[in-house]
Design a protein around this ligand. Structure first.
Ligand code: C2E
Ligand code: CA
Ligand code: CA
Ligand code: CA
Length: 281
């Protein structure tokens, strides 16, 4: 039954089982993943285009299942949401990210930590209380934490979402709308939500030089966001050409392989040291 680890084995494994078998196997593995310490957070830097400083890092969850290998969050987050396991997993992510942020604050007091919030987690009645309890217990100020939520997380139950976001903002948390542009909400509607940052989805960045339309959309999002006093992160920036376009359009931050891939904490510490030395010389 057990398979050797390796990136491509998950696919093979998946095909061998029929019906719902693979889901059940994966669910059982997922249940044990926290206690077995199979999760790890990788961090990807976000650079301020004006100052060239690393302004924040985004925590990205990795699951290293010993029998299967690395499983992408795109594969296990939906399962975690269906089974409710997303709640303990998300709480683990919050705690671990806070713990790691304290280490990173030794390099840079201003550094922010971006954390992805699942819709299922956000829609819990006690979400605000739980999140603020964790940051308080971990002794991290909410102003250092940037919560990343998608349009599809905040749009249903808009009234309730706004109430929660207002409370989070009052506590000091920063709010970012993730994957912006993939939903169908307009900026004119979104401005009713107390948010700080828009993250332009990587699909628009990928095709910047291919489709004129995408360049126009990116430019429009940046202009409108600025007129609403929001700051803009471009995601999935891979090339110098994309970077230069975004710089010219006065985008605020970039995230993507052009700056760095996501990396484990130890590697990030080295990266930040070298980056700071580099921009200070
Ligand atoms: P996301 O929040 O949109 O995260 C960005 C994804 O793009 C990450 O994939 C990242 O590794 C990838 N990426 C970054 N730069 C580039 C680039 O230059 N080019 C390309 N092609 N890709 C780039 P990843 O780590 O596989 O995460 C996928 C998704 O899983 C995330 O999308 C997020 O929705 C979800 N996720 C990750 N960690 C967590 C978590 O802790 N909690 C929750 N609820 N969801 C998470
Ligand atoms: Ca994100
Ligand atoms: Ca995103
Ligand atoms: Ca995404």
């Amino acid at each position: 039954k057990a398979k050797k680890s390796g990136r491509n084995h998950f696919e093979v494994y998946h095909k061998e089982l029929d019906g719902n078998g693979e889901i059940i196997v994966l669910e059982n593995y997922l249940r044990k993943a926290i206690e077995r310490q199979e999760f790890v957070l990788y961090y990807q830097p976000q650079m301020d285009i004006k100052t060239k400083k690393i302004y924040a890092v985004e925590a990205l969850l990795r699951w290293n299942q010993p029998d299967i290998g690395f499983i992408s969050p795109l594969q296990f987050i939906p399962l975690a949401e269906e089974t409710g396991l997303i709640i303990p997993i998300s709480e683990w992510v919050l705690k671990q990210a806070c713990q790691d942020l304290k280490i990173l604050h030794q390099f840079d007091q201003q550094l922010k930590m971006g954390i992805n919030i699942s819709a299922v987690h956000f829609q819990q009645g006690d979400f605000v209380k739980k999140v603020s309890m964790i940051t308080e217990k971990m002794n991290v100020h909410p102003r250092s934490i940037k919560l990343e939520l998608t349009e599809s997380t905040v749009m249903p139950n808009a009234r309730q979402s706004i109430d929660k976001l207002v409370k989070l903002k009052q506590l000091g948390f920063k709010i970012a709308i993730d994957d912006f542009g993939t939903g169908f909400s307009s900026l004119s509607y979104l401005h009713k939500f107390p948010i700080d940052i828009l993250k332009i989805d990587q699909s628009f960045i990928r095709n910047l030089s291919k489709y004129e339309g995408d360049a126009a959309i990116v430019t429009a999002i940046i202009t409108m966001a600025h007129s609403l006093h929001l700051r803009v992160v471009a995601e999935g920036v891979e090339t110098q050409k994309q970077y230069q376009f975004l710089e010219k359009q006065q985008c605020d931050f970039v995230q993507g392989y052009y700056v760095s891939k996501p990396m484990p904490l130890e590697e990030l510490q080295v990266f930040l040291c070298e980056w700071n030395t580099y921009i200070n010389t």
